[in-house]
Design a protein around this ligand. Structure first.
Ligand SMILES: [Zn+2]
Length: 79
């Protein structure tokens, strides 16, 4: 589902962004040394409500925040 973005900080950028995905990978650590004893082969994108949990970076002012803040700003800016 496509959603317009507007940066909530500079409120001028609706077009240029970077998208940051959170990746998770299962590991096992030695509790004494902190050494990683096992790493799963694959990483998976973290999901929230069946959508990738994204952060968005504004390429105009550099602000980075949750995608929802950018979507909310775009909706408020449109009304
Ligand atoms: Zn911005």
């Amino acid at each position: 589902m496509a959603e317009p973005y507007l940066c909530p900080i500079c409120r001028s950028n609706r077009t240029s962004f970077e998208i940051i995905f959170k990746l998770s990978r299962e590991i096992r650590k030695d509790p004494e040394t902190g050494e990683e004893l096992f790493q799963a082969d694959s990483m998976s994108v973290m999901l929230r409500n069946d959508r990738p949990e994204l952060e968005v970076k504004c390429l105009t002012c550099g602000y980075t925040g949750y995608e929802g803040l950018f979507i909310k700003a775009a909706r408020q800016g449109a009304s």
